[in-house]
Design a protein around this ligand. Sequence first.
Ligand SMILES: Cc1cc2nc3c(=O)[nH]c(=O)nc-3n(C[C@H](O)[C@H](O)[C@H](O)COP(=O)(O)OP(=O)(O)OC[C@H]3O[C@@H](n4cnc5c(N)ncnc54)[C@H](O)[C@@H]3O)c2cc1C
Length: 416
Amino acid sequence: MRYSGLKVIKEALTGHKGWRPAWRDPEPKKQYDVIIIGGGGHGLATAYYLAKVHKITNVAVIEKGYIGGGNVGRNTTIIRSNYLLDGNEPFYELSLKLWEGLEQDFNYNAMVSQRGILNLVHTDAQRDAARRRGNAMILNGSDAELLDTNGVRAMYPFLNFDNARFPIKGGLLHRRGGTVRHDAVAWGYARGADMRGVDIIQNCEVTGFKIENGKCLGVETSKGFIGAKKVASCVAGSSSRVMAQAGMRLPLESHVLQAFVSEGLKPLIDGVITFGAGHFYCSQSDKGGLVFGGDLDMYNSYAQRGNLPVVEDVIESGMALIPALGRVRMLRSWGGVMDMSMDGSPFIDKTHIDGLYFNGGWCYGGFKATPASGWCYAHLLATGNPHEVATAYRLDRFRTGRMIDEKGVGPNPNLH
Ligand SMILES: Cc1cc2nc3c(=O)[nH]c(=O)nc-3n(C[C@H](O)[C@H](O)[C@H](O)COP(=O)(O)OP(=O)(O)OC[C@H]3O[C@@H](n4cnc5c(N)ncnc54)[C@H](O)[C@@H]3O)c2cc1C
């Protein structure tokens, strides 16, 4: 079913009896060309582009829970293309370009809103770093503007400018960045993939791999064995657990990240603001709630819930930046499990096992990567070769010394 304004009017006049479920609920077949493990944003985007771009439709997405129940439905919805390093920026720029045409492409309203992201700077050295990053972004086709204090003040007069400890000295503005309705991304890709013949199998957990003579022949699941020519893992925070079933130890750790939403307020923040002197970022949803987050909980976990010390830390950072937050009531918070890699950058690669592929290490920035991740993973699965913007995302980059350490903090997954 195509969605359109006319369809909405027709349904409104006929009692809404014509809507159909957005995707089917099929039983798994015995054999597929490609099995994608994980019905998060990346898994569903991969299935969508496999079917749409490469015409490979004998595909199953196997999801242990319900689609959108993982990080794709838990993140703070920020999209951007403001990376510094060559291995990263062309990839994220492709992603942002795909976001820009996504809703027309999959005929679904994902509320893509390019409302602009402002990264604040608080020292002269930070301003130099922001200028360098901005230049790298522009060289890769992205957009960047360096604002001085007055430029920031004109946009957000309520920030704490003259805080003696963290004075605001300007900011790097990335106008094409913004937010997207996160779970609608999962639904839009699911609907588009299903429409082209992909089976989305929910409530089906992958519990093992069938590997013979170095070749992966399929997956063991809670619904029995399912065969496939190619198996593509795409399970984000569960990556190390799933790939351990294939005997692989990955260069990543799982950590908890929390997100927070305040009560609904009148329009206050029309873009996304990030604090440069602490870890805090904030935007306002269309319902009026302030959506914000900060640091990881800093210990390894697979639990999708966070702890109070980080709540306190995030709110303190928020208060240092926006003192008016002290009057706002918090509505809810939740946690997600992040697959933090050793250099903070992701993987889209073949494994040493024939027919087994791996996509992961998205850390807490994988939502913005969803379209390009799906695009490049589908390219790898269909052609056997990495996409030109994802050639750096190799699993062996630590062995060969080709790390992509965007933050320059070394092999500390919790600091990236
Ligand atoms: C609080 C928070 C805030 C964030 N904010 C941002 C942000 O503002 N911007 C940004 O770019 N990124 C952000 N992220 C990161 C982003 O959400 C993730 O990097 C990204 O969503 C991960 O990819 P995914 O959508 O495919 O993951 P998921 O949605 O987690 O998908 C993985 C799926 O695999 C399934 N699975 C796991 N094990 C199995 C198994 N054995 N069998 C079958 N299925 C299995 C899971 O159930 C899950 O549905 C944030 C994350 C969190 C938690």
